[in-house]
Design a binder for this molecule. Sequence first.
Ligand code: XMP
Length: 504
Amino acid sequence: MSVVILDFGSQYTRLIARRLRELNAFSVVLPGDASLEEISRHEPQALLLSGSPASIFERTAPRPRPEVLDSGLPVLGICYGMHCLVEAHGGRLARGERREYGRALLSHSHGPLFKGLPEELEVWMSHADGVEELPPGWEKAASSCECSVAAAYALEGKAAGVQFHPEVTHTPQGTALLANFLDMADVRRDWTPENTLQMLLDEVRRKVGSDSVLLGLSGGVDSTTLAVLLAHAGVDHSAVFVDHGLLRRGERQEVESAVRPLGVNLNVVDAGSLFLDRLRGVQDPEEKRRAVGAAFIDVFEEQARRLGPFRFLAQGTLYPDVIESAGGTGAANIKSHHNVGGLPQHLGFELLEPLRFLFKDEVREMAKLLGLPAELRLRHPFPGPGLAVRVLGEVTARRLDILRRADAEFVAALREHGLYDQVWQALAVLTPARSVGVTGDGRSYGHVVALRAVTGVDGMTADWARLPHEFLDQVAGRITRRVPEVGRVVYDITSKPPGTIEWE
Ligand code: XMP
């Protein structure tokens, strides 16, 4: 049972999916021109048509298929989605000369979508075209000063459209409005964390049966949750944690002590010296990534042979990686950044991706239900190639050690000041620069460490975190005191774009 969201390319489509799930309604995003057969596979209870950067007046603009709109499913069109409904049912649209963008005040709002809401309502608009004449049998349900039809319904059946965006936070009552639509459509609202977990466990047990599963555990929240899920499902599994020697301080012990008691069959491989060997003399960032990736595959393959045979390879692929939508990148079965993603086909594994319908915060919910400690659940993302891309230039054991100690001081200080959870990611970088300083009576020539902390939601874009000056001051003192090899600490104030989060 689901709400199917047809995506016409709006930047907000994923947000609609999030909002519906917050309302405990399971939702999936499909391309705007999905066939009725494809939609039916998701057992839809209602349809939602997203907005679009296109105008309905463009001949090539994407449209839902006629049989989809004729299916009788309850439907809500948002912005461009509303234009599609109006056009399909015989109404008329007006080409917009200028965009109405930003806050607007609705007046005279009424009808089931606005149940329990005030007649005057603040909403967020972003459109140029608008409705000039409603289709026969439709009624206006709200207007704003710039827009005479801001919401409308079909008097028969369950179709409605809104010109504004209820899914964005700038429409303060937007979630209540979406909840009203779900009521109007009699959508089942049982997508609770407990039900979701049960569904995942059932799926894993059904798919795996008495076969066995191999899993690469990186220590990140996705693969760790997956490992515990397999253990909880009681299926035969082996989790392989490759300690490539490029981990942060205490990371390996943290993972081990969190997952072993939860029943994960964990195999830790000590491969630090192999990775250092392969990295010797490598300076170029892409070459480093390739060297780490290749070494990882060699180690993983060897473990697969040693522990196997396995039928399945489990991967922590999440929904944002698989959404195939007008605005998305298309179904990517394997996470592009994921090390295990590079495993050769000849190993012949079938993929098991139980988390493929979940968003990151839903995975964190599952992790909580499965008993993973908060430090692991709420951990910042960490790149597959680990500290290798944070030691600029050649990676040596000594330089890794300096970075690891500086990084640990920074992260510990963030935690102590309650700032860790306020940033998306925080890290230290060992630069190749050396700098002159004075310590005591002498002249020093120490390493330069850069600290980076960013805010953001998905790592695609990021802003540098405005950490308090007093805090930065304390951290600089702490690092130079406790890691004497470091002579200077700088703070990175570059956003992404144009910078990336990692330095390499
Ligand atoms: P950038 O540096 O591209 O990073 O702004 C965006 C996010 O991705 C992480 N990252 C990686 N993760 N393998 C990974 O698994 C990689 O090669 C890699 N490079 C960057 C980075 O930590 C940030 O969260």
